[in-house]
Design a protein around this ligand. Structure first.
Ligand code: URA
Length: 433
């Protein structure tokens, strides 16, 4: 078999066989296929697409390119959630403890920030002392003992995706439905969960900018997961507006803790409760409506908060930070961004808001960059709010005052004002089961 023939077949609109797809991913993984041929095939897939069978084969090949986890030693039903990435998206920190407090096991491998989006592992590491690497044995033991562990992905996980993603990133082929689906689901399926709830973000802060494309991606990923024998649901949730008020690692952990104490922002709380409800429901704990009532009770009676504290303590973090969030390290400087106009905020470019947080030091520009955990943004006004001229729209936090000017410029440029209140977008657009 030659990759030349496979590229030519796809370039001309042909359907690749399972053997051809496996040959491709084997060659990506062992380095026998040069980057230019991998890139050429990605471009052919970008233009010609793939059907569900081809995309499933690609996903399974990516999944099998490295180690797969075996969670069979975990007692009970295992449920996971995965977000396609957004700004201010700290849902895992709330949803995981809710679900685990109700007896469903959460054995979660999370990622770090990618581009303008944040990552759960970076957020968890904002908690002093908390370890996000555990041996497989300790990970499984922790899940059996307390019901939850959230750690980073090991290097051996779906290595073909690492290579493919790096090449897609520099060849303008990230934005391809089959390639995104295979990348996300290849990694998800390498873990060993029974139920998976996908949170497919849509809007200016997500990879998928339109609801139609988000819905199509959600359907494709649900299909692939079902072919792999998983119980699947995808929620399509809004990312045209940042979720909650906090962007940046410590700030987001604090907002998540506040939410578990019942004092979270309305939009964020609702998305968390809905995600938790579908995870619980897939795990057999009633209809989504019944499960949402259980999830709400777990916040109201403090059991979800207690579960987060147990997880933090078990992973070496200081649980006192959860009781008293003033213990989180604070940025040295705060800066109020004032509106230059009066009017309703009609639209924000949420991706740019993520980049403003990056400019303050809360994310990485290269994989080697260190993160400033205390840096970030608290949004005082969001889409739909009326703002007077000179009123504070956001507070910026950084340890280097020189970072404020650039972040302020990005934020103000990304915020549009108008004379009338805009229509509120739905928080949850659709549920794909
Ligand atoms: N997240 C991923 O892991 N892969 C993609 O291709 C896009 C988002």
């Amino acid at each position: 078999m030659r990759l030349y023939d496979i590229i030519k077949k796809k370039r001309d609109g042909g359907e690749l066989t399972t053997e051809e797809i496996n040959f491709f991913i084997r060659g990506v993984t062992d380095g026998s296929i040069p980057d230019y041929q991998i890139s050429a095939l990605c471009m052919a897939i970008y233009f010609r697409g793939m059907n569900v069978r081809e995309t499933s084969d690609l996903t399974f090949a990516v999944r099998d390119s490295g180690e797969r986890l075996d969670f069979s030693a975990i007692k009970g039903i295992r449920a996971d959630k995965h977000s396609t990435g957004g700004v201010g998206d700290k849902t895992s920190l709330v949803v995981g403890p809710i679900v685990a407090s109700l007896g469903v096991k959460v054995a979660k491998m999370s990622g770090r920030g990618l581009g303008h989006t944040g990552g759960t592992v970076d957020k968890l590491e904002a908690i002093q002392g908390l370890k996000t690497t555990l041996s497989e044995e300790d990970f499984i033991k922790q899940v059996n003992d307390i019901g939850i562990a959230i750690i980073g992905q090991s290097r051996e996980f779906a290595p073909a995706d690492k290579k493919l993603y790096a090449l897609r990133d520099v060849t303008a082929t990230v934005d391809s439905m089959p390639l995104i689906a295979a990348s996300i689901m290849g990694k998800k399926l390498a873990a060993d969960d029974d139920c998976i709830v996908l949170d497919v973000k849509t809007g200016s802060g997500s990879f998928m900018k339109s609801v139609e494309r988000s819905r199509a991606l959600a359907r494709l990923m649900v299909d692939i997961g079902k072919r792999a024998g998983k119980k699947m649901v995808a929620l399509i949730t809004d990312m045209d507006v940042p979720l909650g008020h906090a962007i940046g690692n410590s700030l987001e952990v604090i907002e998540a803790v506040e939410t578990l104490k019942g004092r979270g922002p309305e939009d964020f709380t609702k998305v968390c409760l809905t995600l938790a409800a579908y995870m619980l429901s897939l795990a057999g704990m009633g209809t989504p409506e019944e499960a949402e009532r259980l999830a709400k009770r777990a916040i109201d009676d403090g059991s979800a908060l207690q579960k987060l504290k147990e997880m933090v303590a078990r992973q070496g973090g200081d649980p006192a930070c959860i009781d008293d969030t003033n213990k989180f390290a604070k940025a040295k400087y705060a800066y109020a961004v004032k509106s230059e106009k009066a009017g309703y905020i009609t639209r924000v470019d949420t991706e740019a808001y993520g980049l403003a947080s990056l400019a303050l030091g809360a994310g990485r520009n290269t994989a080697e960059d260190a993160i400033d955990y205390s840096a970030g943004i608290i949004l005082r006004k969001k889409t739909g709010d009326f703002v007077e001229k000179g009123e504070t729209v956001a507070t910026l936090y950084a340890n280097d005052m020189e970072k404020f000017a650039e972040a302020e410029r990005i934020l103000l440029t990304a915020t549009s004002f108008g004379p009338t209140m805009p229509e509120k977008p739905p928080l949850i657009y659709d549920i794909v089961a």
